[in-house]
Write a protein that binds this ligand. Sequence first.
Ligand SMILES: [Zn+2]
Ligand SMILES: [Zn+2]
Length: 103
Amino acid sequence: MFLIAGISPKTKILDNNPRLCPVCGLARAYFKRVDHYFNLFFIPILRVKKGQPFIMCDNCERNIHDFGMGDNLWRGKKSLRCRNCGRTLHKEFKFCPYCGKQI
Ligand SMILES: [Zn+2]
Ligand SMILES: [Zn+2]
């Protein structure tokens, strides 16, 4: 008999309410987290690694983690600032992911 075991990622949606995607402007972005689970016979048994929460849009599948919402690549470079909440935003953003205002 083979023992089928391994580690595999599992995506968890942390939000119940979709937020506006800053890129496409649709309310399809959710806070998600990818946790890694130890699986036995394809059943997750134990969480071995808790991922960092990130926002990902179901529509355009942009992972806002790529843009870097925290310490990031583009901070200090030419970037936008939300006129409503004052946070620094990626220049591709059309909407502020923090407060939902159009830029
Ligand atoms: Zn989107
Ligand atoms: Zn804002």
